[in-house]
Design a binder for this molecule. Sequence first.
Ligand SMILES: Cc1cc2nc3c(=O)[nH]c(=O)nc-3n(C[C@H](O)[C@H](O)[C@H](O)COP(=O)(O)OP(=O)(O)OC[C@H]3O[C@@H](n4cnc5c(N)ncnc54)[C@H](O)[C@@H]3O)c2cc1C
Length: 373
Amino acid sequence: MIPWDVVVIGGGIAGASAAACLAEHLRVVVLERETQPGYHATGRSAALFSETYGGAAVRALSRASRGYFRAPPAGFADAPLATDRGALFIARADQTAALDAFAGALDVAPRVRSVSAAEVKALVPILRPDYVAAAVYEREAADLDVHGLHHGYLRLLRARGGELRTKADVIAIERSGDRLRVRTEAAAFEAPVVVNAAGAWADDVAVCAGARPLGLSPRRRTALTVDAPAGYALTNAPMTIDIDEQFYFKPDAGRLLLSPADETPSAPCDAKPDDLDVATAVDRVEKATILEVTRIASKWAGLRTFAPDRAPVIGFDARVPGLFWLAGQGGYGIQTAPAIARLVTALVRGHDLPGELDDAGLRLADVSPARFC
Ligand SMILES: Cc1cc2nc3c(=O)[nH]c(=O)nc-3n(C[C@H](O)[C@H](O)[C@H](O)COP(=O)(O)OP(=O)(O)OC[C@H]3O[C@@H](n4cnc5c(N)ncnc54)[C@H](O)[C@@H]3O)c2cc1C
């Protein structure tokens, strides 16, 4: 049996990014149940980076990830990981208080500015002028190349001597002296540290190791693409987001990507889109814009998995020595991956919160699993 230092369970963006960072110092193997890493949440995202999205811990982790997206290590990716998109947060007349509260938050205010009705029209010409009462614009929001990021990390993992094993469904985790033994149907892997990056299945994996589940809640979110209306220049339009997050839409490879921003609780599974959610997205976006949807080009759904307080869970389990939680990234797991990977690496190696995460305003207590004990 190869003496691994760390076994990572889950080959999505969380497992891949943490494993690549850990592999700079330690011998790391990633076990992924599917034939393709990224099959679940990671391959189904809307690929947005926004420093104003999520709660305080998420915003700090996003701020600390920004530099990586804009300037990844040499050779990491063949194309830019982040391209300018911008995000326009819109409010109807009955939603302006919510917009004011959002734009007034301490770490949001410096990143957004109010825009006039004329500017709204210039930015997103398909919005109905009588729909939008007020709007703020986050210029620095960006589209992310999720595939480039994920595969950049997997390449880095291999270059550093780490391994990814696919079709490796973890079915048991047992103690073996001062190590944990992780079993799949075909093999067993031992290491003093096991990182639980199993996305929607993270509570199940923890229970398998003898830990208490944290009450993680996988929630289905639906996305679809439709033809963009002819005659409108939308390629460079920002992502348009209802301030109460009831819908969003953005240009996507010549089409428009729409979502009803649903959060339907679900068991961990291969999520599929529900026709009612697809219809809801179309209805809400049609009310806000001149769009008339006649055909759905594509549709999908994925699970965004939240801890009870909607902040990620990063740190060693209180009761099972060596079991490390890397879960609950909700709707922000792509845009926070670089900073979270650095944090995981520091904590697994017994170091403190990295200085740049401290500078970004992250408090370890806000992401530690100890907050649920
Ligand atoms: C519609 C939608 C839009 C989103 N938009 C954005 C966005 O714009 N920006 C953003 O940052 N985030 C976004 N997200 C969220 C983001 O996709 C997730 O936070 C992120 O992908 C979570 O990554 P993960 O690696 O934790 O999970 P996953 O990608 O689900 O990976 C977990 C992996 O663990 C594996 N696994 C589970 N159990 C086992 C086991 N027993 N043995 C072996 N392997 C196992 C699974 O097969 C899976 O591949 C969106 C999500 C959705 C669904």
